[in-house]
Design a protein around this ligand. Structure first.
Ligand SMILES: NC(=O)c1ccc[n+]([C@@H]2O[C@H](COP(=O)([O-])OP(=O)(O)OC[C@H]3O[C@@H](n4cnc5c(N)ncnc54)[C@H](O)[C@@H]3O)[C@@H](O)[C@H]2O)c1
Length: 245
């Protein structure tokens, strides 16, 4: 079995691949160069030809790229829509054309940011309502993926992490070091295991899987589908940090 991971050189990608290693072959795609011992494909997901070549011979895809958050890049729709939305559409269309049965899409809790701010208990049936261009693009990703499932039957796991970090270093992608944790923390390797298990579900529809690592998450988010459907429990629960209330 071979899995394509996009955005594989990024902060999430580098941790996400860990649970796949030794269990499946990996093809890693990114627009920026990075070191790896796995098969590497350099190219942009916004380039349909490059995407069509990247999906050749793979059995599943983890979509984990995003336009850089560098200063100003989310002030206009250009880069975020090109990479996050068009890039994801390219991958889904190429996957369908290549007969790839299942995709794990790394979405975000940002697709329901409005409800999170209200303190609403978060579940899969809430209407998508975010805030700002980043949320727009994540919502578009899910809408396109859901429609591709309706149109073509491709299985899609829409994985919604909150605050991605790493239990060993307690550092996030910006280098911020946590000294305590709250319910939104998720280790990037736990996300990889969720993505891996979802790709193995023979009857995967379009399904939402919340990705959170701490025990407090269940007070705020409906974690049941992730725990039960995937028979998954977090391996990296941040028990090394004091937990905020
Ligand atoms: N970091 C968080 O706390 C967080 C929270 C929720 C969801 N997410 C989601 O996780 C995913 C990964 O985010 P991250 O934090 O690792 O970001 P990141 O910026 O560290 O990594 C993104 C990677 O995508 C690559 N990329 C950018 N444009 C590309 C293109 N056109 N073609 C191919 N690759 C391209 C970048 O080079 C980079 O390596 C995103 O979907 C993001 O929305 C992140």
């Amino acid at each position: 079995m071979k899995i394509l991971v996009t955005g594989a050189g990024g902060y999430l990608g580098q941790g996400l691949i860990v649970p796949f290693e030794g269990k499946t072959d990996l093809r890693l795609m990114d627009v920026s160069d990075f070191d790896t011992r796995h098969e590497k494909v350099m190219g942009s997901v916004a380039d349909l030809d490059a995407v069509q070549r990247a999906v050749e011979g793979v059995d599943g895809i983890v979509i984990a790229h995003m336009a850089s958050r560098q200063a100003g890049s989310y002030d206009t729709p250009v880069a975020p829509y090109d990479t996050n939305v068009k890039g994801t559409a390219n991958l889904l269309f190429a996957a369908v054309a290549a007969g790839i049965p299942r995709v794990s899409l790394i979405s975000s809790i940002g697709v329901v940011h409005h409800w999170q701010k209200q303190g609403t208990f978060l579940h899969a049936d809430l209407p998508l309502r975010g805030e700002g261009i980043y949320s727009h693009t994540k919502i578009c990703q899910e809408v396109i993926a859901r429609q591709m499932h309706y149109d073509h039957g491709i299985g899609v796991a829409a994985i919604r992490p909150a605050y991605i970090t790493d239990m060993d270093s307690c550092c996030d992608k910006y280098g911020h070091q946590a000294t305590s944790c709250n319910w939104q923390f998720v280790d990037r390797r736990d996300i990889g295991e969720i993505a891996r298990r979802a790709l193995l579900l023979p009857d995967l529809g379009f399904e939402v899987f919340w990705a959170l690592s701490t025990p407090m998450a269940s007070d705020h988010v409906d974690m049941a589908s992730t725990y039960q459907r995937l028979d998954w429990q977090p391996e990296y629960d941040f028990s090394n940090l004091p937990h905020d209330a």
